[in-house]
Design a protein around this ligand. Structure first.
Ligand code: SF4
Length: 297
């Protein structure tokens, strides 16, 4: 059974006849084919084509508006924070079949390695553990992580000397703290050390840019899973006011530079997904967790 057939089966098992389909950017190429396939199977399928960050960002309200029985959220597992949805949600991971190659782990000098990954590659972890052991390492599987959730890393941190993140991009591995972090990039077939210092400098650069701001816009995301995840907006507003700064709270769905340009404040504080701060912003832009450093508290 291929992924399309399995998905159709799961929808039918739930008795759903009308569904909203939501996919992240990386799977958008499959969206039209998936919709058409479900229609052939007698399921009314609509495609949500707004940006989709993660399971923090569900199109359940749109699904309800369209009279759908369920939202089918593809590519992510259920978010670690519970929140109410307007229709039931079927999470479908979209398993990817990846043939592992032979990787040279000699860059990793540490002996005990903790392995973490994003949900798509979970099935590869026991094979990667064997590959590491074949090169003289002790390996421990931590499991899944998100760029904003590292509980599985914290559970194994005291038993390992370094982390190995399996996957691409810098955002996930940079969330791992306390040990040296390496990345097994499956697309490039390479093992690399993650340069946390470069990103620490970028973070402190952002805080430095905001140091002279007198008026702040504190941003709350209306995405249910991202609402005030890095700090509570009203508490931050009070802290700023105690330091004779001015602040207003701004609620928005997509936090982007062009949506913020017309707002006459000196700097922004983001309480939503921490990865937003890695984008380019015209005005100083920091994450809520850095307010204490900014205010020298
Ligand atoms: S890192 Fe951001 S986009 Fe990813 S799950 Fe967390 S809040 Fe959502």
């Amino acid at each position: 059974m291929n992924n399309y057939e399995e998905l159709a089966e799961k929808i039918k098992e739930l008795g759903a006849k009308r569904v909203m389909l939501q996919l992240p950017e990386g799977l958008k190429m499959k969206a039209a084919g998936m919709c058409l396939f479900l229609q052939e199977k007698g399921i009314d399928a609509f495609l949500s084509n707004n940006s989709t960050y993660g399971a923090c960002d569900l199109a359940d309200t749109e699904a309800k508006r369209m009279g759908c029985d369920i939202l089918v959220h593809v590519g992510h597992s259920k978010f670690y924070v519970d929140f109410q949805t307007d229709v039931p949600v079927l999470y479908y991971i979209w398993p990817e079949k990846i043939e592992l190659g032979t990787y040279d782990f000699s860059l990793i000098k540490e002996r005990r390695i903790g392995i973490l990954t994003s949900i798509q590659h979970m099935e590869l972890l026991s094979d990667i553990k064997s590959l590491l052991e074949g090169q003289g390492k002790e390996a421990l599987i931590g499991g899944q992580m998100l760029g904003c959730w590292t509980a599985n890393a914290e559970k194994i941190e005291s038993k390992i000397d370094a982390f190995l993140f399996v996957g691409s991009g810098e955002f996930h591995p940079l969330a791992l703290k306390g040990k040296t972090v390496y990345k097994l990039d499956l697309e490039k077939g390479s093992v690399e050390r993650v340069d946390a210092e470069k990103f620490r400098k970028l973070r402190y650069g952002r805080i430095f840019r905001a140091r002279d701001a007198q008026t702040f816009g504190i941003l709350i995301s209306s995405k249910k899973g991202q609402k005030e995840m890095t700090g509570m907006a009203e508490g931050i507003k009070k802290r700023l006011e105690q330091k004779d700064k001015k602040a207003l709270i701004i609620v928005m769905n997509e936090i982007t530079d062009d949506r913020l340009l017309g707002i006459k404040v000196d700097a922004f504080i983001n309480t939503a997904c921490p990865r937003i701060a890695d984008m380019q912003f015209t005005k100083p832009f920091i994450n809520a967790e850095d307010v204490g450093i900014l205010l020298e508290e």
